[in-house]
Ligand binder design. Structure first.
Ligand code: IVH
Length: 641
């Protein structure tokens, strides 16, 4: 990019108005302008297994009265659909799929993708090329290695990373992400040759210089289609980019016209989805982690195994009963898969491979911490707890929670750093963070001078963080981002919230007795009062209700006064983080669905009762993979009901 800019400065006569050197780093637009698609970008119906795939093949054959049908198999690239419009051979707009009818204008960012031509030679007057923008695995791995070095947050998966890269306000960020593209379709077109098959269309697009995936194959029989799909499952990780299935399309464009569309998808194509990948590995041990409230979670320590695109070495086992129900024992060979593509899960043991000496696991009675704290499970409760208030594990978790994205959002303060800080007695609680100097941090594992300064600067920035984030960061029971936001908008500052009586608190909209009591109890504890005093003395603001301009918090208020309920897990977010993301955009995130709910975000492992309730009340639902776009725009996808 800088080479291009230098050249354009030297030779302005060649610097075109549409050059990425011009658009990149331009004034950030408030949002991405809407683009009406000339031809809708429909989605595809899915076949979840070979039977469903064959059923589709039979339907196609039947509808075409037994005419010979050729099928094209293409890999289903796990990226984002993009429609790029050329007028007289010049790229004019690149738009995301959006709701299928209206997408978002990301032209400036797409101009930085080197695989996509800006000019076409001998193009028809109007032509849209559609395809998938994706992030190659190697780029993703390199960015994550870089993130690990700078202590910044890891990208969750290449698809999210590609989506995030395209939604950058500053195109030079997109440029650094080195996105790539596979073209698979022509959208709107005026003029140019009439093709009779999909295969011809792809060859035509390829001639303009668009990358067309080399794996595309045409078959005369459906058995070969099935064979291709089954073979693709085994090859999915050898490709250098993520694929989540195979798209099968009828090759003949005339036959496509005969088949037509349903209300949501073409009848002439289907997506064969890969089954979640299952791998076996050895369960080395079952250990117990202690959370900030003392709640414990048993987890599996696994012989590292590569599953669905990443290496898994740990997986939660939830609680004592789950371990018993799954009957997994240290030493077992276990089946591991990813739930919702992201969260690793132990499915169960392979009993035929159980070692003779494998003993059923029993929950330890004491914590591994130096205090050997006692674990207690009360009758009728699923969780086992650590009841030691001085537990060092709880202390570390409290500090991590304070720093997390759902609370104070201090970049670079992850578990490894917190543990080192407390082990060296540099910090013993959250207030201690505000006494740290770069000298203290320098020399910790992973910290040279620049990264030490960066961490101290990130901590300093958090002094000006919003009051609801401060209140959330204390980790008071029942007080998540939504409640914190209601309390702060009612009372204006952390101190005035604590000054309110239990009665007053419970009269605030959305705050019940349980929450009010929990807040009041927390404040009654002199240790906590002292903590707030010391935070304030350390310069932490307790009454910031508006983000200073230019601050990272300056999210657009896309969800003002809207209630967004989240059920299940959204990849890349924990519960508080997802709620905080809504709150940071002006919304609330209550725990239950009601008539007033604006939308229900449905993640992996979503609760059936919330889904049913939303369905009965006609509350729109949003898939986890639409969450980020939804946050940015506040718009409901029109395809959701
Ligand atoms: S064709 C009307 N071909 O899958 C046909 N889509 O579930 C429209 N995708 O939104 C799409 N690879 O983002 C087609 N080779 C491929 C694809 C592909 C990935 C995505 C695309 C689309 C989604 C549909």
């Amino acid at each position: 990019m800088s080479e291009l800019r230098d050249l354009e400065e030297q030779f302005p006569q060649y610097a075109e108005a549409t050059s990425p050197g011009k658009t990149v780093g331009g004034a950030p637009s408030a949002t991405f302008a809407p683009v009406q698609h000339a031809i809708p970008m429909t989605s595809l119906d899915n076949a979840m297994d070979v039977d469903e795939l064959r059923a589709w093949g039979d339907r196609v054959q039947r509808s075409l009265d037994g005419q010979p049908v050729r099928f094209v198999c293409e890999l289903k690239i796990d990226g984002l659909a993009m429609s790029i419009r050329y007028v007289d051979g010049e790229m004019v707009t690149a738009a995301t799929r959006g709701d299928g009818r209206v997408g978002e204008d990301v032209t400036a960012n797409v101009r930085t993708i080197s695989a996509i031509p800006q000019h076409l030679v001998d193009a028809p007057p109007v032509m849209e090329v559609r395809g998938e923008v994706y992030m190659p695995r190697a780029v993703f791995d390199a960015l994550n290695a870089e993130a690990a070095q700078n202590g910044s947050r890891a990208l969750v998966n290449p698809r999210n990373a590609a989506a995030g890269s395209l939604r950058q306000k500053d195109s030079s960020v997109t440029a650094r992400r080195k996105l790539a593209f596979w073209a698979y379709q022509i959208g709107d077109r005026q003029g140019g040759p009439q093709h009779t098959t999909h295969e011809e269309t792809l060859a035509y697009i390829a001639d303009f210089g668009f990358p067309v995936n080399p794996e595309v194959t045409v078959f005369d029989s459906f058995d070969e289609v099935v064979e291709f799909c089954e073979a693709a499952i085994g090859r999915r990780h050898d490709l250098g980019y993520d694929v989540d299935g195979v798209v099968i399309k009828v090759d003949d464009l005339g036959q496509r016209d005969e088949l037509g569309f349903t209300s949501r998808a073409p009848r002439w194509a289907i997506a064969f989805k890969f089954p979640p990948e299952e791998r076996t590995t050895t369960l080395l041990d079952i250990r117990v982690s202690v959370g900030r409230t003392g709640r414990t979670t048993p987890y599996a320590v696994l012989e590292p195994v590569f599953v669905d695109g990443s290496t898994v070495s740990m997986a939660t086992l939830h609680n004592e009963d789950q371990v018993r129900i799954k009957d997994v024992r240290p030493g077992d060979t276990v089946i591991v898969r990813k739930a919702g593509d992201v969260i690793p899960e132990v499915v169960g043991p392979v009993l035929s491979e159980r070692p003779a000496n494998a003993m059923p696991w029993s929950f330890p009675q004491h914590c591994e911490c130096p205090l050997r704290s006692e674990f207690v499970r009360l009758d009728g409760e699923a969780d086992t707890r650590c009841v030691e208030s001085k537990c060092p594990f709880q202390r570390d978790q409290k500090i991590m929670y304070w720093a997390s994205r759902g609370a104070m959002d201090i970049e670079g303060l992850g578990e490894r750093t917190v543990v080192q800080l407390t082990e060296r007695e540099l910090v013993s609680d959250i207030a201690g963070l505000y006494q740290l100097s770069a000298d203290d941090v320098e020399g910790l594992e992973g910290f040279a001078r620049p990264s030490a300064e960066k961490l101290v600067a990130a901590i300093d920035e958090s002094r000006r963080q919003l009051a609801w984030r401060v209140l959330t960061g204390f980790g008071i029971k029942h007080l998540g981002p939504t409640v914190a936001q209601s309390l702060i908008s009612e009372y204006g500052s952390v101190r005035t919230v604590f000054a309110a009586s239990e009665e007053e608190l419970s009269s605030v909209d959305g705050i019940g007795e349980v929450i009010a009591q929990s807040v009041a109890r927390w404040w009654q504890n002199p240790v906590n009062r002292d903590l707030v005093d010391r935070l304030e003395a350390g310069g932490v603001g307790l009454d910031n209700v508006e983000a200073p301009p230019g601050d990272g918090e300056g999210y657009e208020q896309t969800l003002t006064d809207r209630a967004v309920v989240i059920t299940g897990t959204v990849p890349g977010y924990n519960r508080e983080e997802a709620a905080a993301a809504v709150v940071a955009r002006g919304g609330t995130s209550p725990g239950s669905v009601s008539k007033k709910t604006y939308a229900l975000v449905v993640g992996e492992g979503a609760g059936a009762s919330k889904l049913t309730k939303a369905e009965t009340l006609g509350v729109p639902m949003i898939n986890a993979d639409e969450f980020e776009a939804f946050l940015e725009s506040g718009q409901l996808p029109s395809t959701s009901n």
